[in-house]
Write a protein that binds this ligand. Sequence first.
Ligand code: XMP
Length: 587
Amino acid sequence: MQCSPVAALILSNSGAVRKCNRNWNAVLPARDKSFPKNANRAIRRTNTACRKLIRSVKRAATSAHSKILILDFGSQYTQVIARRIRELQVYSEIVRFDTPAAEIARLSPKGLVLSGGPASVYDKGAPHLDPEIFSLGIPVLGICYGMQLMAHHLGGQVEFSARREYGPGMLHVTNSSQLFDGIGEQIDIWSSHGDKITALPAGFRAAARTENSPFAAIEDPQRKLYALQFHPEVSHTPRGKEILQNFVYHICRCTMDWTMGSFIEEACARIREQVGDQKVVLGLSGGVDSSVTAALLHRAIGDQLTCIFVNNGLLRSREEEIVQRVFGENFHVRLKYVDASERFLALLKGVTDPETKRKIIGNEFIKVFQEATEELLEEDHRKSARKHGGYKFLAQGTLYPDVIESVSIEGNPAQVIKSHHNVGGLPEKMHFELVEPVRQLFKDEVRQAGLQLGLPKEIVYRQPFPGPGLAVRILGEVTPERLSILREADTIVVSEMESSDWYYRVWQSFAVLLPVRSVGVMGDQRTYENTVVLRIVESQDGMTADWVRLPYELLARISARISNEVKGVNRVCYDISSKPPSTIEWE
Ligand code: XMP
């Protein structure tokens, strides 16, 4: 579809910019040597102005969502609050607790939530907010520590308590607060707080009480300030979603405009704006994040995107086939398949130390990827007379939890565990400009986007798989024989988990091959063979995990199939360690 710049302007506001966007450059009047110099200058100036105008209209169109900002005081539930609000189809973003009021006003949210946190308002170094935010006229909901801060800054009394009150309770709603509309007189709640409020700030009234506290919920409806001593965001407060709904819809008057459909449309517009007519390269691993990123970019810029899929020889059975089928054949994404398995396996020969394995694989991946982009460029130049300026952009499936600046506050369990995985990360010196179209999304949102973009369920809901692949699941040396044993065992685990409907209920389920042989008996023969461990865990985000209490019958079936069908294995063990102290992967 072609359109004039003015039509593009109108269409960009009406949401149809996606269709017209790619071509509006082509319809701007072109300069011509036969024109007088002045005319060419005027054309250039007008075109520049047109482009600027269209960009600014598009920016305005994509940032016009209702938005709730969450000030993070270090609670382990901050991200849960953000997700709950997004589940209400309202966009929410986490910002630092000390974001100045002027900056908040500039971001123009419809409401603010002050998260909980591990500190006491009286602690030295406790996180405090800019009190001016209470005068912005924006509705505020304080939760737990956020409530105490609100009371503390507005002239109430907060009593220090060395003992935390923790666990379930009953909330009695005492006043007809808008926050509790439609909720009834009493509800189950879940609390975790130390300090408590003993005197209300001027203008406030109690909205609900518990057995231990007359001020379990307080409000100043005139100034649209609300606060809760308990956590409405956790599942142990079953009606908490309705409380958040009342705040977000009725008090903040947000519209439900955060949907995956609108996200995809806007993300495509942003990608086109960032990339223009340049080429983009993406390292496709077959995991959810890079797959959804690839599908989104393909929707936005078609063949300007090339995906590179590196077979490092450490993949699961048929992995390269699945990725090539889904992206190459079904999606028609331009895909460069690089079989570098021999290179990786040669480098891993004789290596047994886990960290050395990881380093070798990470470094080699960078080399292979770099060579692949150079080859791509050569191929492009060979195929087409019209040379392009190279692959300037690198697309990555960075997610929102990776970009939230974590608030480090003493006593916050969320800060303790740090990820060590960056295998596959490409170095800055490669001089790519990054395109990260899903960096606003949580994992569950990425999955929704993937489904909406037409990716199959087997990609969208697949379990995480580490960058260094099966190398970190083969303890000791990685050899072609050991890889083949592990692949066969792993295929059995996956197929049994799928057919028993357990695959999608757990975080990960896989096999590990130990460098341990033991004696067994098969028929009348004594055997001396390998040991396979089953690692099947549940987790929210991979940071902590617990082993899954699988039915014995299923464990028995997996064990029997592996020892009967996989040559070289005569013993199967079940790993019953949680993380911490263990990790999910064995290396
Ligand atoms: P651990 O073993 O540290 O793993 O408990 C936590 C989660 O991260 C995955 N994992 C990796 N992912 N590159 C990745 O992309 C890696 O090097 C890597 N190592 C572990 C692991 O599968 C689990 O989901």
